[in-house]
Structures are given as structure tokens and as C-alpha cells.
Design a protein around this ligand. Sequence first.
Ligand code: DGY
Length: 322
Amino acid sequence: MPTKPRILATHQFPPAVMDRLLKDYDVITNETNEHLSADVILERSKNVDGIMCSPGNAFDQALIDALPASVKIIATFSVGYDHLDLAAAAKRGIVLGNTPDVLTAATADIALLCLLGAARKAHTSATILREGKWSRWTANQFLGVHVSGKRLGILGMGRIGQAVARRAKGFDMEIHYHNRRPVSEPGLEEAIFHESLDDLLPNCDFLSINCGLSDETQHLINDATIEKLPDGAVLVNTARGAIVDDIALIKALKSGKIAAAGLDVFENEPTLNPEYLDLDNLFVLPHIGSATFETRDAMGFKCLDNLDAFFAGNPIPSPITL
Ligand code: DGY
């Protein structure tokens, strides 16, 4: 029997994914599931043919340059790939694969949860209830921002942005978006394209961030861009935390310029800027966009499909390219 390719798994993945990984590969597992530093990844990469990682592992230029020559593929358990240095991998001839499509629906669902949770004060009201501090129903209590009929601006109209738009239409929202180019997808014919972010922002009673993180989008939502939103807008981020400048958002949430924010992601995860925690107009989740049983299995199987194709000598189904 030919020897199985050797894979470093930087995490524990869902059980069905681990079963298939262990059946088909010679795997160096991370039994304790602790976060692996770059040094530990390097140490464990000796003689491995490929690596299965996740967004928590930063494969920057220094780490990629230092990987042993045996490493030929890195399959990330994510659609986002801002944690991978594409140029460094290309230089080393390392193939990169990700997991698009399968997490679109789950992530769009969480965007709507963040939108509704922020607008309708889900955090404050549920906390008061859980703490036994709710005394009675009153007419002026827990009043939030009305959603139905409002304008939703979507920054980044890729697969997830489009899925958010389709869901928001169910809430009778008017869809505006900014994207590199207009989309012409069924069901989104009425969505209004804005060529620039500056054009989009004044039309956003709600703004949902659904673009990737790159040098161009880092801190794209900052003091200057927030200023262009209508007063009392609601901000939703389910993409990457670093697209938003935390300091600017905290300031806007304190002043009321932004009425509420729903964040599933934040810069420097898992450490939330402590000032956020004092704000009762923040609805925050710990990066659970893709966290359903079905989605996480599907993400793992996509990683494995990438590895299987690569080691069979075929093009991988979900390559990440420069
Ligand atoms: C991704 O796949 O990039 C997500 O952020 C993980 O849910």
C-alpha cells in the first residue's frame, strides 16, 4: 500500500471530518486543541506534506518562508484567507485552498441575527431578563430601531453579501450595495448599485459589511466614513473585525451617530476592546457565522476535497489565487 501523505492538523475539526482525515492521511493532530504558535507549527511541520489550518493561524511571510520544503499545500478551514500570505506561498510554490460556498447561508443568517439583535436591543433586554431585573412590560422600554422598509447598504456583494440581501428582502428592506462591479443575480434585480463607498454610505440606515479583509479594506470603516452614514445608522459586521476601526466605532456608538452595532467579528479576536463591553447598544457574538453542525462538516469536507485532489495529482476544487 502506498504511504499516506502526512498532514499537520492545527486544530481538532468536527468528528466526521477528523474521521475522514485520519482514515486517508497520516495525521499529526492537535489533541489538546490549543492555539499553536508559529514556532510550534514549524516544529510540528517537519516532514509533513500538507497543513490543514484555520483562520486563527497566521501563515505570514516569515512562517511560510520557514516551512520545510516538504510542505506543498495549505488547506484552510475557512472561506476567508487574510491569515495567509498569498505572495509568500506562491513564491514557495505552496498550493492554497479554502472553503467557499458552503458557509454562505449560515453566515448570512448570522448577519441578519446581528442586524436584528442590534436594532432591537436583544442584548440589553435579554440581559435584564436573565439578571432578574425585568419588573413589568411598559410602553417605553427597550425601544429599538425599526427594520422593515429601511435601506440596507451592503459593502461587498459577493456570495455572502447577496445571501444577506435576499434575506433582508424578506424584511422589506431596500437593498443598496457597493461592490467592484454590479451584480445581476436572480432576485436581486432591484438592488441599487453604488460605484463608490462614499455614494453608498448616505443611503445606509443599516450597513452590513460583507467584503474580505485586505490592505484596501483594513479600517475602511473609520471616523471619516462613519461620518457619511445617516445619523442613527446601524452597523453590522460578519466579515472581518479589522475592516472596522474599533476606536471610531466606539466613539460613534457613544455619541449616538451609530445607534447600534451587531458584530460577529472584531479586531484582535478573541480580545474584544474593553470599551465595547460598557456599551449597551452593542450586540456581539464570538465569530459564530459558520458555526452550524452542517456548515462546519461541509467546510471540513471541502478542505479534504482540496487535499484529496492535490495528492491525487489533480487541480484542487477551491484554490486561492493571487
Ligand atoms: C471564514 O470561513 O472565513 C469564517 O470567518 C469562519 O467562519
